[in-house]
Design a protein around this ligand. Structure first.
Ligand code: TEU
Ligand code: CA
Length: 549
Protein backbone atom coordinates (compact mmCIF):
# COMPACT_ATOMS: atom_id res chain seq x y z
CA UNK A 1 0.00 0.00 0.00
CA UNK A 2 1.37 3.40 -0.96
CA UNK A 3 1.58 5.91 1.85
CA UNK A 4 0.35 9.44 1.39
CA UNK A 5 1.00 12.63 3.34
CA UNK A 6 -2.70 13.13 3.96
CA UNK A 7 -2.84 9.81 5.80
CA UNK A 8 -0.19 11.01 8.21
CA UNK A 9 -1.56 14.51 8.68
CA UNK A 10 -3.75 15.95 11.41
CA UNK A 11 -6.25 18.60 10.34
CA UNK A 12 -7.39 21.60 12.36
CA UNK A 13 -10.76 23.02 11.34
CA UNK A 14 -11.13 26.77 11.59
CA UNK A 15 -14.59 28.35 11.49
CA UNK A 16 -13.46 31.81 10.36
CA UNK A 17 -16.44 33.73 11.73
CA UNK A 18 -15.73 32.54 15.24
CA UNK A 19 -11.96 32.21 15.46
CA UNK A 20 -10.39 35.66 15.84
CA UNK A 21 -11.69 39.14 15.06
CA UNK A 22 -8.83 41.45 14.09
CA UNK A 23 -10.64 44.67 13.18
CA UNK A 24 -13.29 45.19 15.84
CA UNK A 25 -16.49 44.31 13.94
CA UNK A 26 -17.23 41.25 16.08
CA UNK A 27 -16.68 38.84 13.19
CA UNK A 28 -13.65 36.60 12.92
CA UNK A 29 -11.54 37.22 9.81
CA UNK A 30 -8.55 36.13 7.73
CA UNK A 31 -6.09 38.44 9.45
CA UNK A 32 -7.27 37.03 12.75
CA UNK A 33 -6.49 33.51 11.58
CA UNK A 34 -3.06 34.66 10.41
CA UNK A 35 -2.33 36.02 13.89
CA UNK A 36 -3.10 32.63 15.39
CA UNK A 37 -1.06 30.40 13.08
CA UNK A 38 1.62 29.93 15.71
CA UNK A 39 -0.97 28.57 18.12
CA UNK A 40 -2.15 26.03 15.55
CA UNK A 41 1.45 25.13 14.85
CA UNK A 42 2.17 24.76 18.56
CA UNK A 43 -0.63 22.22 18.83
CA UNK A 44 1.23 20.19 16.21
CA UNK A 45 -1.16 20.51 13.29
CA UNK A 46 -0.27 19.90 9.64
CA UNK A 47 -3.32 21.16 7.77
CA UNK A 48 -5.98 23.82 8.30
CA UNK A 49 -9.44 23.38 6.80
CA UNK A 50 -11.25 26.70 6.44
CA UNK A 51 -15.03 26.83 6.33
CA UNK A 52 -16.31 28.94 3.40
CA UNK A 53 -14.83 32.41 3.09
CA UNK A 54 -16.33 33.24 -0.32
CA UNK A 55 -18.71 36.08 -1.16
CA UNK A 56 -22.08 35.22 0.32
CA UNK A 57 -25.36 36.84 1.43
CA UNK A 58 -24.81 34.71 4.53
CA UNK A 59 -28.16 32.97 4.75
CA UNK A 60 -26.32 29.82 5.91
CA UNK A 61 -23.06 31.32 7.19
CA UNK A 62 -21.23 31.21 3.89
CA UNK A 63 -22.61 27.91 2.56
CA UNK A 64 -24.67 30.05 0.17
CA UNK A 65 -22.05 31.37 -2.23
CA UNK A 66 -22.71 34.22 -4.66
CA UNK A 67 -19.17 34.44 -6.04
CA UNK A 68 -16.70 31.57 -5.78
CA UNK A 69 -13.69 33.65 -6.72
CA UNK A 70 -14.18 36.53 -4.30
CA UNK A 71 -13.68 36.80 -0.55
CA UNK A 72 -16.57 37.69 1.75
CA UNK A 73 -15.83 41.30 2.81
CA UNK A 74 -16.53 40.38 6.47
CA UNK A 75 -13.43 38.19 6.29
CA UNK A 76 -11.13 40.55 4.39
CA UNK A 77 -9.80 40.72 0.86
CA UNK A 78 -8.13 38.40 -1.63
CA UNK A 79 -4.83 40.04 -0.64
CA UNK A 80 -5.52 38.98 2.97
CA UNK A 81 -6.17 35.46 1.77
CA UNK A 82 -2.95 35.38 -0.24
CA UNK A 83 -1.04 36.62 2.80
CA UNK A 84 -2.60 33.93 4.98
CA UNK A 85 -1.76 31.19 2.51
CA UNK A 86 1.79 32.41 2.16
CA UNK A 87 2.40 32.66 5.87
CA UNK A 88 0.79 29.30 6.58
CA UNK A 89 3.00 27.65 3.97
CA UNK A 90 6.07 29.36 5.40
CA UNK A 91 5.22 27.76 8.76
CA UNK A 92 4.68 24.34 7.20
CA UNK A 93 0.88 24.43 7.44
CA UNK A 94 -1.28 23.45 4.48
CA UNK A 95 -4.66 25.04 3.74
CA UNK A 96 -7.70 23.13 2.57
CA UNK A 97 -10.73 25.09 1.38
CA UNK A 98 -14.42 24.28 1.55
CA UNK A 99 -15.94 23.51 -1.84
CA UNK A 100 -19.69 24.09 -1.87
CA UNK A 101 -21.01 23.02 -5.26
CA UNK A 102 -24.18 21.08 -4.59
CA UNK A 103 -25.83 24.49 -4.57
CA UNK A 104 -25.06 28.18 -4.92
CA UNK A 105 -26.69 31.23 -3.41
CA UNK A 106 -29.82 32.45 -5.19
CA UNK A 107 -27.80 35.66 -5.54
CA UNK A 108 -25.15 33.97 -7.67
CA UNK A 109 -25.36 35.42 -11.19
CA UNK A 110 -25.98 31.93 -12.62
CA UNK A 111 -29.21 31.69 -10.64
CA UNK A 112 -30.23 35.29 -11.21
CA UNK A 113 -30.04 34.53 -14.93
CA UNK A 114 -31.57 31.08 -14.59
CA UNK A 115 -34.76 32.28 -12.94
CA UNK A 116 -35.41 35.00 -15.57
CA UNK A 117 -36.95 32.79 -18.28
CA UNK A 118 -37.27 29.19 -19.42
CA UNK A 119 -34.99 29.85 -22.39
CA UNK A 120 -32.25 31.69 -20.53
CA UNK A 121 -28.83 30.16 -21.30
CA UNK A 122 -28.41 29.47 -17.55
CA UNK A 123 -31.87 27.92 -17.10
CA UNK A 124 -30.44 24.43 -17.09
CA UNK A 125 -27.78 25.27 -14.48
CA UNK A 126 -30.41 24.53 -11.82
CA UNK A 127 -33.19 22.01 -11.32
CA UNK A 128 -36.56 23.32 -12.48
CA UNK A 129 -39.76 21.27 -12.55
CA UNK A 130 -43.40 21.92 -13.42
CA UNK A 131 -45.95 21.72 -10.60
CA UNK A 132 -47.70 18.36 -10.26
CA UNK A 133 -51.45 18.80 -9.63
CA UNK A 134 -50.71 22.30 -8.45
CA UNK A 135 -48.14 21.09 -5.90
CA UNK A 136 -44.41 20.53 -5.55
CA UNK A 137 -43.12 17.64 -7.70
CA UNK A 138 -42.48 15.38 -4.70
CA UNK A 139 -42.25 15.35 -0.91
CA UNK A 140 -38.51 15.89 -0.51
CA UNK A 141 -37.72 17.92 2.57
CA UNK A 142 -35.20 20.69 2.98
CA UNK A 143 -32.63 20.06 5.74
CA UNK A 144 -33.72 23.40 7.10
CA UNK A 145 -37.44 22.49 7.45
CA UNK A 146 -40.26 22.50 4.90
CA UNK A 147 -40.41 21.40 1.29
CA UNK A 148 -37.22 21.17 -0.78
CA UNK A 149 -39.11 22.83 -3.66
CA UNK A 150 -39.76 26.54 -4.04
CA UNK A 151 -42.29 27.90 -6.51
CA UNK A 152 -40.99 30.75 -8.63
CA UNK A 153 -43.69 33.10 -9.97
CA UNK A 154 -41.71 34.43 -12.94
CA UNK A 155 -41.78 31.17 -14.88
CA UNK A 156 -44.39 29.15 -12.97
CA UNK A 157 -41.97 26.33 -12.08
CA UNK A 158 -40.43 24.99 -8.90
CA UNK A 159 -36.69 24.91 -8.23
CA UNK A 160 -35.02 22.39 -5.95
CA UNK A 161 -33.21 23.41 -2.76
CA UNK A 162 -32.12 20.61 -0.43
CA UNK A 163 -31.06 23.32 2.03
CA UNK A 164 -32.52 26.84 2.39
CA UNK A 165 -34.58 28.54 -0.33
CA UNK A 166 -31.56 30.76 -0.81
CA UNK A 167 -29.47 27.70 -1.74
CA UNK A 168 -30.80 26.40 -5.09
CA UNK A 169 -29.28 23.05 -6.14
CA UNK A 170 -27.06 23.03 -9.21
CA UNK A 171 -27.90 20.67 -12.05
CA UNK A 172 -24.88 18.39 -12.33
CA UNK A 173 -26.36 16.65 -15.37
CA UNK A 174 -25.42 19.77 -17.30
CA UNK A 175 -21.80 19.44 -18.39
CA UNK A 176 -21.48 23.24 -18.49
CA UNK A 177 -22.17 23.30 -14.76
CA UNK A 178 -19.56 20.64 -14.12
CA UNK A 179 -16.92 22.34 -16.21
CA UNK A 180 -17.61 25.73 -14.65
CA UNK A 181 -17.03 24.11 -11.27
CA UNK A 182 -13.83 22.40 -12.44
CA UNK A 183 -12.48 25.68 -13.83
CA UNK A 184 -13.17 27.40 -10.53
CA UNK A 185 -11.43 24.59 -8.60
CA UNK A 186 -8.40 24.83 -10.89
CA UNK A 187 -8.29 28.58 -10.32
CA UNK A 188 -7.96 28.02 -6.55
CA UNK A 189 -5.50 25.16 -6.89
CA UNK A 190 -3.32 27.27 -9.18
CA UNK A 191 -3.14 29.77 -6.32
CA UNK A 192 -1.51 27.04 -4.29
CA UNK A 193 -4.19 25.80 -1.90
CA UNK A 194 -3.70 22.25 -0.68
CA UNK A 195 -7.07 20.64 -1.22
CA UNK A 196 -10.81 20.68 -0.74
CA UNK A 197 -13.38 19.56 1.78
CA UNK A 198 -16.38 18.98 -0.47
CA UNK A 199 -19.71 19.99 1.01
CA UNK A 200 -22.54 17.39 0.71
CA UNK A 201 -20.82 15.89 -2.30
CA UNK A 202 -22.92 12.72 -1.96
CA UNK A 203 -25.99 14.77 -2.88
CA UNK A 204 -24.90 16.25 -6.23
CA UNK A 205 -26.44 13.58 -8.47
CA UNK A 206 -30.23 13.56 -8.44
CA UNK A 207 -32.52 10.74 -9.61
CA UNK A 208 -33.84 11.15 -13.13
CA UNK A 209 -37.50 11.31 -12.19
CA UNK A 210 -38.63 13.42 -9.31
CA UNK A 211 -41.17 10.96 -8.02
CA UNK A 212 -41.85 10.58 -4.32
CA UNK A 213 -39.32 8.28 -2.69
CA UNK A 214 -39.17 6.79 0.80
CA UNK A 215 -36.03 8.79 1.52
CA UNK A 216 -36.84 12.43 1.71
CA UNK A 217 -33.36 13.48 0.66
CA UNK A 218 -31.52 11.66 -2.13
CA UNK A 219 -27.90 10.61 -1.48
CA UNK A 220 -25.42 8.66 -3.67
CA UNK A 221 -27.43 9.39 -6.83
CA UNK A 222 -27.00 7.49 -10.10
CA UNK A 223 -24.12 9.52 -11.56
CA UNK A 224 -22.19 10.71 -8.52
CA UNK A 225 -19.21 8.43 -9.11
CA UNK A 226 -19.00 9.35 -12.79
CA UNK A 227 -18.90 13.04 -11.86
CA UNK A 228 -16.21 12.55 -9.24
CA UNK A 229 -14.08 10.46 -11.58
CA UNK A 230 -14.38 13.19 -14.15
CA UNK A 231 -13.47 15.83 -11.58
CA UNK A 232 -10.52 13.73 -10.49
CA UNK A 233 -9.26 13.30 -14.05
CA UNK A 234 -9.78 16.92 -15.09
CA UNK A 235 -8.67 18.63 -11.89
CA UNK A 236 -7.64 16.72 -8.76
CA UNK A 237 -5.14 14.34 -10.32
CA UNK A 238 -3.10 17.28 -11.58
CA UNK A 239 -2.20 18.51 -8.10
CA UNK A 240 -0.60 17.09 -4.96
CA UNK A 241 -3.53 17.82 -2.70
CA UNK A 242 -5.92 16.22 -0.25
CA UNK A 243 -9.65 15.82 -0.69
CA UNK A 244 -12.33 14.89 1.79
CA UNK A 245 -15.94 14.53 0.78
CA UNK A 246 -18.70 15.38 3.20
CA UNK A 247 -21.11 12.55 2.49
CA UNK A 248 -24.36 12.25 4.41
CA UNK A 249 -26.15 8.96 3.82
CA UNK A 250 -23.17 6.67 3.19
CA UNK A 251 -22.30 3.17 4.34
CA UNK A 252 -18.84 1.59 4.18
CA UNK A 253 -19.57 0.07 0.73
CA UNK A 254 -20.09 3.61 -0.58
CA UNK A 255 -16.80 4.70 0.95
CA UNK A 256 -14.96 2.07 -1.06
CA UNK A 257 -16.20 3.86 -4.19
CA UNK A 258 -15.78 7.46 -3.04
CA UNK A 259 -12.48 6.95 -1.30
CA UNK A 260 -11.14 3.51 -2.18
CA UNK A 261 -7.35 3.34 -2.16
CA UNK A 262 -7.54 2.19 -5.77
CA UNK A 263 -10.53 4.26 -6.88
CA UNK A 264 -10.02 7.59 -8.57
CA UNK A 265 -12.35 9.93 -6.79
CA UNK A 266 -11.53 11.36 -3.33
CA UNK A 267 -8.96 10.62 -0.61
CA UNK A 268 -11.47 10.18 2.20
CA UNK A 269 -14.99 11.03 3.28
CA UNK A 270 -16.83 12.22 6.38
CA UNK A 271 -19.47 9.63 7.20
CA UNK A 272 -22.37 10.44 9.54
CA UNK A 273 -23.47 7.14 11.02
CA UNK A 274 -21.89 7.77 14.41
CA UNK A 275 -23.47 11.23 14.55
CA UNK A 276 -26.93 9.65 14.62
CA UNK A 277 -26.56 7.63 17.83
CA UNK A 278 -28.38 10.12 20.04
CA UNK A 279 -31.12 11.16 17.62
CA UNK A 280 -34.78 10.23 17.29
CA UNK A 281 -36.13 8.25 14.30
CA UNK A 282 -38.84 10.84 13.77
CA UNK A 283 -37.65 14.19 15.11
CA UNK A 284 -33.95 13.57 14.65
CA UNK A 285 -31.69 15.91 16.59
CA UNK A 286 -34.65 17.84 17.99
CA UNK A 287 -35.62 14.95 20.26
CA UNK A 288 -32.21 13.82 21.43
CA UNK A 289 -31.79 10.83 23.68
CA UNK A 290 -28.96 9.28 25.67
CA UNK A 291 -26.57 7.41 23.35
CA UNK A 292 -25.57 3.79 23.97
CA UNK A 293 -21.85 3.19 24.00
CA UNK A 294 -22.29 -0.24 22.39
CA UNK A 295 -24.02 1.39 19.40
CA UNK A 296 -21.33 4.04 19.03
CA UNK A 297 -18.57 1.41 19.22
CA UNK A 298 -20.28 -0.93 16.78
CA UNK A 299 -20.64 1.80 14.18
CA UNK A 300 -17.15 3.21 14.46
CA UNK A 301 -15.55 -0.23 14.66
CA UNK A 302 -17.40 -1.30 11.52
CA UNK A 303 -15.89 1.67 9.66
CA UNK A 304 -12.47 0.76 11.02
CA UNK A 305 -12.55 -2.85 9.88
CA UNK A 306 -14.46 -2.48 6.63
CA UNK A 307 -12.20 0.23 5.26
CA UNK A 308 -8.97 -1.32 6.50
CA UNK A 309 -6.55 -1.72 3.57
CA UNK A 310 -9.26 -0.68 1.11
CA UNK A 311 -10.15 2.93 1.80
CA UNK A 312 -9.12 5.63 4.23
CA UNK A 313 -11.14 6.89 7.21
CA UNK A 314 -11.48 10.44 8.41
CA UNK A 315 -11.86 10.65 12.19
CA UNK A 316 -14.01 13.32 13.77
CA UNK A 317 -16.15 14.01 16.80
CA UNK A 318 -16.80 17.65 16.07
CA UNK A 319 -17.30 20.16 13.34
CA UNK A 320 -19.24 23.39 12.84
CA UNK A 321 -22.52 21.43 12.49
CA UNK A 322 -22.22 19.23 15.56
CA UNK A 323 -22.61 19.90 19.27
CA UNK A 324 -19.44 19.81 21.37
CA UNK A 325 -18.27 16.25 21.99
CA UNK A 326 -17.39 16.71 25.65
CA UNK A 327 -21.02 17.69 26.30
CA UNK A 328 -22.37 14.99 24.01
CA UNK A 329 -20.37 11.82 24.69
CA UNK A 330 -18.34 12.92 27.71
CA UNK A 331 -19.12 14.89 30.85
CA UNK A 332 -18.87 18.67 30.85
CA UNK A 333 -19.20 19.17 34.61
CA UNK A 334 -16.32 21.01 36.30
CA UNK A 335 -15.25 17.75 37.86
CA UNK A 336 -14.95 15.65 34.71
CA UNK A 337 -14.72 18.02 31.74
CA UNK A 338 -10.99 17.82 31.18
CA UNK A 339 -10.69 14.16 32.04
CA UNK A 340 -13.45 13.13 29.67
CA UNK A 341 -12.29 15.49 26.90
CA UNK A 342 -8.88 13.79 26.94
CA UNK A 343 -10.45 10.33 27.01
CA UNK A 344 -12.59 11.14 23.97
CA UNK A 345 -9.64 12.63 22.14
CA UNK A 346 -7.59 9.48 22.66
CA UNK A 347 -10.40 7.09 21.72
CA UNK A 348 -10.70 8.91 18.39
CA UNK A 349 -7.07 9.67 17.58
CA UNK A 350 -5.82 6.13 18.15
CA UNK A 351 -8.17 4.76 15.48
CA UNK A 352 -7.01 4.30 11.90
CA UNK A 353 -7.52 7.38 9.76
CA UNK A 354 -6.82 11.09 9.48
CA UNK A 355 -7.98 12.97 12.60
CA UNK A 356 -9.77 16.31 12.44
CA UNK A 357 -9.77 18.67 15.42
CA UNK A 358 -12.42 21.38 15.43
CA UNK A 359 -11.37 24.71 16.96
CA UNK A 360 -11.81 24.70 20.73
CA UNK A 361 -11.99 20.90 20.96
CA UNK A 362 -8.34 20.98 22.03
CA UNK A 363 -9.27 22.98 25.15
CA UNK A 364 -12.46 21.05 25.86
CA UNK A 365 -14.98 23.71 24.86
CA UNK A 366 -18.56 22.77 25.75
CA UNK A 367 -22.13 23.35 24.52
CA UNK A 368 -23.58 26.80 25.23
CA UNK A 369 -25.92 26.27 28.18
CA UNK A 370 -26.27 30.02 28.73
CA UNK A 371 -28.38 30.40 25.57
CA UNK A 372 -31.82 30.59 27.16
CA UNK A 373 -34.21 31.71 24.49
CA UNK A 374 -34.54 31.30 20.75
CA UNK A 375 -33.39 34.92 20.45
CA UNK A 376 -29.92 33.80 21.51
CA UNK A 377 -29.54 31.53 18.47
CA UNK A 378 -28.49 32.62 14.98
CA UNK A 379 -28.26 29.43 12.95
CA UNK A 380 -30.83 29.03 10.17
CA UNK A 381 -31.31 25.34 10.97
CA UNK A 382 -32.16 26.08 14.63
CA UNK A 383 -34.36 29.08 13.82
CA UNK A 384 -36.35 27.27 11.11
CA UNK A 385 -36.79 24.18 13.26
CA UNK A 386 -38.10 26.33 16.11
CA UNK A 387 -40.60 28.04 13.82
CA UNK A 388 -41.71 24.71 12.40
CA UNK A 389 -41.85 22.54 15.54
CA UNK A 390 -42.80 25.07 18.21
CA UNK A 391 -44.67 27.89 16.49
CA UNK A 392 -46.36 26.26 13.51
CA UNK A 393 -47.01 22.68 14.57
CA UNK A 394 -46.70 22.72 18.38
CA UNK A 395 -44.88 19.40 18.17
CA UNK A 396 -42.58 20.62 20.95
CA UNK A 397 -43.02 23.23 23.66
CA UNK A 398 -40.61 26.15 23.93
CA UNK A 399 -38.92 24.49 26.92
CA UNK A 400 -38.50 21.16 25.15
CA UNK A 401 -37.03 22.90 22.14
CA UNK A 402 -34.57 24.96 24.21
CA UNK A 403 -33.45 21.72 25.83
CA UNK A 404 -33.03 20.16 22.40
CA UNK A 405 -31.08 23.21 21.20
CA UNK A 406 -28.78 22.96 24.22
CA UNK A 407 -28.02 19.45 23.11
CA UNK A 408 -28.07 19.74 19.32
CA UNK A 409 -27.91 23.25 17.91
CA UNK A 410 -25.11 23.94 15.46
CA UNK A 411 -24.53 27.18 17.37
CA UNK A 412 -22.98 25.11 20.19
CA UNK A 413 -19.97 24.72 17.92
CA UNK A 414 -20.05 28.27 16.63
CA UNK A 415 -19.67 30.36 19.78
CA UNK A 416 -16.49 32.45 19.58
CA UNK A 417 -13.15 30.82 20.32
CA UNK A 418 -12.19 31.26 23.96
CA UNK A 419 -8.66 32.66 24.01
CA UNK A 420 -8.56 34.20 27.49
CA UNK A 421 -10.71 35.48 30.36
CA UNK A 422 -10.96 39.11 29.26
CA UNK A 423 -14.25 40.64 28.08
CA UNK A 424 -15.03 38.91 24.73
CA UNK A 425 -12.54 36.17 25.60
CA UNK A 426 -9.81 37.63 23.41
CA UNK A 427 -11.95 36.83 20.37
CA UNK A 428 -12.78 40.51 19.92
CA UNK A 429 -11.76 43.69 21.70
CA UNK A 430 -13.69 45.06 24.63
CA UNK A 431 -16.76 47.08 23.64
CA UNK A 432 -17.39 45.04 20.51
CA UNK A 433 -20.51 42.85 20.14
CA UNK A 434 -19.47 39.41 18.87
CA UNK A 435 -21.76 38.17 16.07
CA UNK A 436 -22.81 35.27 18.33
CA UNK A 437 -22.74 35.31 22.12
CA UNK A 438 -19.86 33.74 23.98
CA UNK A 439 -20.22 30.59 25.99
CA UNK A 440 -20.37 31.92 29.57
CA UNK A 441 -17.67 29.52 30.75
CA UNK A 442 -14.91 31.38 28.85
CA UNK A 443 -13.63 32.83 32.13
CA UNK A 444 -12.29 29.40 33.05
CA UNK A 445 -12.30 27.39 29.79
CA UNK A 446 -9.81 29.27 27.62
CA UNK A 447 -6.53 28.94 25.75
CA UNK A 448 -4.60 31.10 28.19
CA UNK A 449 -5.45 28.80 31.10
CA UNK A 450 -4.81 25.72 28.99
CA UNK A 451 -1.35 26.89 27.97
CA UNK A 452 -0.46 27.68 31.58
CA UNK A 453 -1.40 24.19 32.82
CA UNK A 454 0.85 21.27 31.86
CA UNK A 455 -2.06 18.89 32.58
CA UNK A 456 -4.49 20.61 30.23
CA UNK A 457 -6.47 19.09 27.40
CA UNK A 458 -4.33 21.18 25.03
CA UNK A 459 -1.08 19.45 26.00
CA UNK A 460 -2.77 16.06 25.84
CA UNK A 461 -3.79 16.73 22.23
CA UNK A 462 -0.31 18.09 21.51
CA UNK A 463 1.18 14.88 22.91
CA UNK A 464 -1.08 12.75 20.70
CA UNK A 465 0.14 14.69 17.67
CA UNK A 466 3.77 14.12 18.70
CA UNK A 467 3.22 10.40 19.27
CA UNK A 468 1.59 10.05 15.83
CA UNK A 469 4.77 11.32 14.18
CA UNK A 470 6.87 8.89 16.21
CA UNK A 471 4.83 5.69 15.84
CA UNK A 472 3.49 4.68 12.41
CA UNK A 473 1.25 2.11 14.13
CA UNK A 474 -0.99 5.00 15.24
CA UNK A 475 -1.63 5.91 11.62
CA UNK A 476 -1.55 2.53 9.92
CA UNK A 477 -2.21 -0.24 12.47
CA UNK A 478 -5.09 -2.70 11.99
CA UNK A 479 -7.96 -2.16 14.43
CA UNK A 480 -9.76 -4.79 16.52
CA UNK A 481 -12.54 -4.10 19.03
CA UNK A 482 -12.19 -6.19 22.19
CA UNK A 483 -15.26 -5.34 24.26
CA UNK A 484 -18.28 -4.99 21.91
CA UNK A 485 -20.87 -5.68 24.64
CA UNK A 486 -19.55 -3.47 27.41
CA UNK A 487 -21.73 -0.37 27.98
CA UNK A 488 -19.04 1.47 29.97
CA UNK A 489 -15.69 0.75 28.40
CA UNK A 490 -14.16 0.86 24.94
CA UNK A 491 -11.10 -1.32 24.42
CA UNK A 492 -9.34 -1.89 21.13
CA UNK A 493 -6.01 -2.93 19.73
CA UNK A 494 -4.04 -1.77 16.73
CA UNK A 495 -1.43 -4.00 15.16
CA UNK A 496 1.43 -3.28 12.80
CA UNK A 497 4.68 -5.11 12.05
CA UNK A 498 4.66 -7.16 15.26
CA UNK A 499 3.75 -4.22 17.50
CA UNK A 500 0.47 -3.87 19.38
CA UNK A 501 -1.21 -0.78 20.75
CA UNK A 502 -3.94 -1.35 23.31
CA UNK A 503 -6.35 1.40 24.30
CA UNK A 504 -8.87 1.10 27.12
CA UNK A 505 -11.28 3.87 28.00
CA UNK A 506 -13.87 4.30 30.71
CA UNK A 507 -16.88 6.24 29.39
CA UNK A 508 -18.54 6.39 32.81
CA UNK A 509 -18.07 8.28 36.04
CA UNK A 510 -17.79 5.03 38.00
CA UNK A 511 -14.66 3.18 38.98
CA UNK A 512 -14.63 -0.14 37.14
CA UNK A 513 -12.58 -3.30 37.15
CA UNK A 514 -11.77 -4.88 33.80
CA UNK A 515 -9.22 -7.52 32.83
CA UNK A 516 -8.51 -5.64 29.64
CA UNK A 517 -7.40 -2.59 31.59
CA UNK A 518 -4.28 -4.23 33.04
CA UNK A 519 -0.97 -3.58 31.32
CA UNK A 520 -0.28 -6.27 28.67
CA UNK A 521 2.99 -8.21 29.07
CA UNK A 522 6.11 -6.41 27.84
CA UNK A 523 4.24 -3.16 27.38
CA UNK A 524 4.95 0.43 28.17
CA UNK A 525 2.32 3.00 28.94
CA UNK A 526 2.34 5.47 26.07
CA UNK A 527 -0.38 7.81 27.21
CA UNK A 528 -2.90 8.19 30.03
CA UNK A 529 -5.08 10.89 31.52
CA UNK A 530 -4.22 9.98 35.14
CA UNK A 531 -0.76 10.26 36.65
CA UNK A 532 -0.46 6.66 37.78
CA UNK A 533 -1.63 3.26 36.59
CA UNK A 534 -3.95 1.15 38.75
CA UNK A 535 -3.94 -1.96 36.60
CA UNK A 536 -7.40 -3.48 36.23
CA UNK A 537 -9.05 -0.56 37.98
CA UNK A 538 -10.32 2.15 35.69
CA UNK A 539 -11.16 5.43 37.35
CA UNK A 540 -13.86 7.80 35.98
CA UNK A 541 -13.19 8.64 32.31
CA UNK A 542 -9.76 7.08 32.48
CA UNK A 543 -7.99 6.26 29.24
CA UNK A 544 -4.75 4.31 28.86
CA UNK A 545 -2.74 3.46 25.78
CA UNK A 546 -0.08 0.71 25.95
CA UNK A 547 2.51 -0.22 23.39
CA UNK A 548 3.78 -3.81 23.21
CA UNK A 549 6.82 -4.78 21.18
O1 TEU B 1 -23.88 20.12 5.98
C1 TEU B 1 -24.48 19.01 5.38
C2 TEU B 1 -25.49 18.29 6.06
O2 TEU B 1 -25.80 17.17 5.66
C3 TEU B 1 -26.29 18.94 7.11
O3 TEU B 1 -27.59 18.44 7.00
C4 TEU B 1 -25.76 18.65 8.42
O4 TEU B 1 -25.86 17.28 8.64
C5 TEU B 1 -26.59 19.40 9.40
O5 TEU B 1 -26.17 20.72 9.33
C6 TEU B 1 -26.40 18.90 10.79
O6 TEU B 1 -27.53 19.26 11.49
C7 TEU B 1 -23.14 20.93 5.12
C8 TEU B 1 -22.43 22.01 5.90
O7 TEU B 1 -21.48 21.42 6.73
C9 TEU B 1 -23.45 22.82 6.62
O8 TEU B 1 -22.87 23.78 7.48
C10 TEU B 1 -24.31 23.49 5.58
O9 TEU B 1 -25.36 24.18 6.21
C11 TEU B 1 -24.90 22.50 4.60
O10 TEU B 1 -23.94 21.54 4.14
C12 TEU B 1 -25.40 23.21 3.37
O11 TEU B 1 -24.34 23.70 2.62
CA1 CA C 1 -13.51 41.19 11.85
Amino acid sequence: MDKHWWQEAVVYQVYPRSFQDSNGDGIGDLDGIRQRLDYIKQLGMDVIWLNPIYRSPNDDNGYDISNYEAIQPDFGTMADFDALLKEAHAKGLKIVMDLVVNHTSDEHHWFMESRRSKDNPYRDYYIWQDPVDGHAPNDWQSSFSGSAWQFDETTGQYFLHLFSKKQPDLNWRNSKVRHSVYDMMTWWLDKGIDGFRMDVISLISKPKDFVTTPVRRPANGPHVHEYLEEMNKDVLSKFDIMTVGETPGVHPQDALLYAGLDSHELNMIFQFEHMGVDTDPELGKWRPHQFKLTTLKTIMSKWQTELNGRAWNSLYWNNHDQPRVVSRFGNDSDEFRERSAKMLGAVLHFQQGTPYIYQGEEIGMTNAMNFNSIEDYQDIESLNAYRDLVEQHQTLTNDQMIKALHHSSRDNARTPMQWDDSVNAGFAKEGVDPWLQLNANYTSVNVKNALADKESVFYFYQKMNTLRKQYPIITYGDYTLLDPDDEQTWTYTRKLDGQTLTLTANFSQDSLTRDYAAAPANSTLLLSNYDDDQGQTLRPYEVKVYLTK
